[in-house]
Ligand binder design. Structure first.
Ligand SMILES: *[C@@H]1O[C@H](CO)[C@@H](O)[C@H](O)[C@H]1NC(C)=O
Ligand SMILES: *[C@@H]1O[C@H](CO)[C@@H](O)[C@H](O)[C@H]1NC(C)=O
Ligand SMILES: *[C@@H]1O[C@H](CO)[C@@H](O)[C@H](O)[C@H]1NC(C)=O
Ligand SMILES: *[C@@H]1O[C@H](CO)[C@@H](O)[C@H](O)[C@H]1NC(C)=O
Ligand SMILES: *[C@@H]1O[C@H](CO)[C@@H](O)[C@H](O)[C@H]1NC(C)=O
Ligand SMILES: *[C@@H]1O[C@H](CO)[C@@H](O)[C@H](O)[C@H]1NC(C)=O
Ligand SMILES: *[C@@H]1O[C@H](CO)[C@@H](O)[C@H](O)[C@H]1NC(C)=O
Ligand SMILES: *[C@@H]1O[C@H](CO)[C@@H](O)[C@H](O)[C@H]1NC(C)=O
Ligand SMILES: *[C@@H]1O[C@H](CO)[C@@H](O)[C@H](O)[C@H]1NC(C)=O
Ligand SMILES: *[C@@H]1O[C@H](CO)[C@@H](O)[C@H](O)[C@H]1NC(C)=O
Ligand SMILES: *[C@@H]1O[C@H](CO)[C@@H](O)[C@H](O)[C@H]1NC(C)=O
Ligand SMILES: *[C@@H]1O[C@H](CO)[C@@H](O)[C@H](O)[C@H]1NC(C)=O
Length: 560
């Protein structure tokens, strides 16, 4: 008998562990700064992997993880990845879904500083996703700070999350990165061209954190908030008496939010939620969730109104909007959207739930989400440029640790490109690959036809100078000095009168085609970008093959 119980218990444990009811198709949890050889399963059965395969830069660091709050894992918080160099460092995750399907993802980035560097200086930096601005992060000395964004992957399967330095000497860092795919109808009322950035997600009935596995998508519902802080004894938590419960609402919030409810005792007083506005100063949107806790008889009535009140502390400029009456259903959940609450740096808001005149029961609330709607998602850098940069990265190992969008968000480009970012699909206008240790043959990157400057000097590029280098319509400077090019200079370059070529320091480069008689076809002209017509008249040869001439030309063109 004892054995049977034991066996059953084992079976229960095993099945419990292997049955991880994940509704999300993508459920990726990355423990930043930890080695991927050793996945870690936390108390909620979430499996954490190291970050080596998702990021190529930065340094892994250890953190003393103590007093980690409920809902977080101290093992995960005990490592982080620091980015002491480069203006932008990115994680790149390929979520490998059917590319035709528009899919929403929730991405959460978490930061636990706890003075890991002994500098007592929790850094500020900028977070970005897929080339879009996400948020300016202010980390805390001892608290876990986290940011959450929901957006549609309508332009491919890759999620890139970048951390950019905004202050000199403050190195960005990250402790955890989580991706959960959402059904497309969750938050589907915000059009898929815009991201949702969550400012808070609070459960008022529960006194413990609610997340996975209660929430299939692992949204974090914090049991704190202004309401939980009312200590006058007039706010109580009440158990829901409904024998069966159905959360049949589009946002598929967890049932656990409705087992207990926060309620006023005194029907004459409102339940209130207030907020100060930090950044970003965008209109706030709210989802409020309700459910009736008792089966009402014919004389009992619970109706209340939601008053949304914004005010300036200084000038008393107030606005008031009213929603209602709200009648929470018994055995079901009700979701109420409150949109477009406009705020600014001084403007605060308050949400008050007041019993309606004909109500004889006080107001209640279960949960609240607050979010802003971000700017329209960018297209990303022009795909011809992205593909060509990928060719360069494939050819040269030195370039392979650059991830994320090369140009966006402006001005956070890769260090070796320059972009025209006036559109939401920018073009790469300059390649600065000088002094980069590139060895071998240049791949054909002629599709990058917005290039104006190409600097490849001081590498070990070999073989003949590719013909395509002379065909860029806007190219004005091509610096190939101090490489190992050989053979002749292609006629595409000879013929390109608006292009300034610098090619000294290539001992095997042939100059036999340079004859002084026929200038049109043998001597490219020195460009004058402000007046190309005049440049035809210039007679100085620009092919620089001897260091003696460099000095002269440097003086003329102010190079270096
Ligand atoms: C920080 O200080 C502690 C205690 O002095 C030391 O053990 C640790 O190695 C230091 N960490 C760094 C990154 O300097
Ligand atoms: C309660 O309010 C105090 C001061 O207003 C604040 O310091 C504290 O963090 C709040 N606690 C919670 C759980 O919100
Ligand atoms: C209920 O609230 C009203 C308004 O604040 C107050 O006047 C009244 O005394 C309260 N009743 C109880 C029983 O506390
Ligand atoms: C409804 O319930 C309340 C509270 O339990 C009770 O006082 C009242 O008499 C009930 N009314 C009817 C019609 O049952
Ligand atoms: C009052 O607030 C509204 C809405 O935010 C704003 O447009 C208006 O300029 C404000 N008026 C004053 C006097 O501040
Ligand atoms: C918010 O207000 C703006 C301007 O009035 C409107 O264009 C937008 O659709 C509103 N957004 C929502 C979510 O209601
Ligand atoms: C490329 O050259 C420019 C100017 O000559 C210089 O500022 C830059 O540091 C060089 N790049 C590298 C990677 O050394
Ligand atoms: C040439 O590039 C290498 C890196 O590949 C660098 O170490 C060296 O200093 C550069 N030479 C000059 C003269 O800048
Ligand atoms: C330059 O290329 C030639 C062959 O084209 C090769 O023999 C030589 O070693 C190369 N030199 C350097 C410095 O890479
Ligand atoms: C000179 O250029 C022509 C075509 O531009 C080419 O066919 C020929 O081989 C070149 N001569 C030498 C010596 O490189
Ligand atoms: C360069 O110019 C010559 C003479 O005009 C012409 O024959 C040749 O096709 C041109 N080459 C290219 C690559 O445009
Ligand atoms: C060379 O340029 C002259 C004028 O500068 C022009 O008359 C001639 O046709 C050109 N030759 C070629 C081959 O383009």
């Amino acid at each position: 008998m004892r054995t049977l119980v034991f066996v059953l218990l084992i079976l229960f444990l095993v099945s419990h562990q292997s049955h991880v009811p994940v509704s999300a198709k993508v459920f990726l949890s990355i423990d930043c700064g930890s080695s991927s050889s050793d996945p870690h399963t936390d108390i909620r059965s979430i499996v954490w992997v190291g970050d080596n395969q998702y990021v190529k830069t930065g340094v892994a660091r250890n953190v003393i993880a103590k007093d980690i709050p409920d809902g977080w894992d101290s093992h995960v918080m005990s490592t982080l990845r620091e980015f002491p160099t480069r203006k932008k460092n990115c994680y790149s995750l390929d979520v490998n879904e059917d590319s035709t399907k528009v899919e929403r993802v929730l991405v959460r980035a978490s930061f636990y500083y706890n003075n890991y560097d002994n500098k007592s200086s929790p850094p500020n930096f900028q977070l970005q996703f897929n080339g879009n601005f996400w948020e300016n992060v202010e980390t805390s000395m001892t608290e876990i700070v986290y940011k959450e964004v929901v957006y549609s992957l309508n332009r491919g399967n890759t999620i890139t999350i970048c951390l950019s330095q905004t202050w000199r000497d403050l190195s960005p860092f990250i402790s955890a990165l989580e991706v959960r795919s959402l059904d497309s109808d969750i938050y589907g009322y915000v059009d898929s061209n815009h991201p949702l950035m969550f400012m808070r997600r609070e459960t008022y009935g529960s006194d413990t954190i609610v997340r996975y596995p209660e929430d299939d998508w692992d949204r974090i519902w914090e049991p704190i908030g202004p309401l939980a802080n009312i200590s006058d004894g007039d706010v109580i938590r009440v158990k829901n008496t409904s024998p069966s419960f159905k959360v049949d609402i589009a946002d598929k919030v967890p049932e656990a939010l409705f087992t207990t409810t926060l309620m006023r005792k005194n029907i004459s007083r409102p339940l209130w939620i207030s907020g100060n506005i930090g950044s970003p100063q965008l209109p706030r949107h709210f989802n409020a969730y309700f459910s009736e806790v008792i089966k009402l008889n014919s004389t009992q009535k619970r109706l209340f109104n939601i008053l949304v009140f914004t005010y300036d502390d200084g000038n008393g400029n107030e606005t008031l909007r009213e929603y209602g009456p709200i009648i929470p259903p018994y055995g079901h959940a009700l979701q109420v959207g409150i949109t477009n609450v406009s705020v600014d740096s001084y403007r605060k808001y308050e949400i008050d739930l007041y019993a309606a005149d004909d109500s004889n029961l006080p107001p209640l609330i279960n949960a609240l989400e607050e979010y802003v709607i971000g700017d329209k998602l960018v297209q990303g850098t022009n795909s011809k440029d992205v593909n060509s940069l990928a060719l360069l990265q494939k050819s040269f190992i030195q370039l392979q640790d650059w991830l994320g969008d090369p140009c966006l968000p402006s001005p956070y480009t890769w260090d070796w490109v320059e972009c025209d970012s006036n559109t939401d699909s920018p073009r790469v206008t300059a390649l600065y690959l000088n002094d980069s240790g590139l060895v071998g043959i240049l791949p054909d990157f002629s599709a990058m036809n917005a290039l104006r400057f190409i600097d490849l000097h001081n590498n070990s590029l070999t073989q003949t100078i590719p013909d395509f280098l002379g065909t860029f319509p806007n190219l004005v400077v091509l610096n190939l000095e101090d490489n190992n090019f050989s053979g002749a200079i292609p006629s595409s370059i000879w013929n390109n009168t608006s292009l300034k070529l610098m090619a000294s320091g290539n001992p095997n480069l042939s100059i036999n085609n340079k004859t002084s008689g026929d200038r049109n076809s043998t001597e490219p002209r020195i460009p004058s970008s402000s007046n190309k017509k005049n440049s035809i008249e210039l007679t100085i040869p620009i092919i620089i093959l001897g260091s003696a001439i460099i000095q002269t030309l440097d003086n003329i063109f102010g190079m270096n």
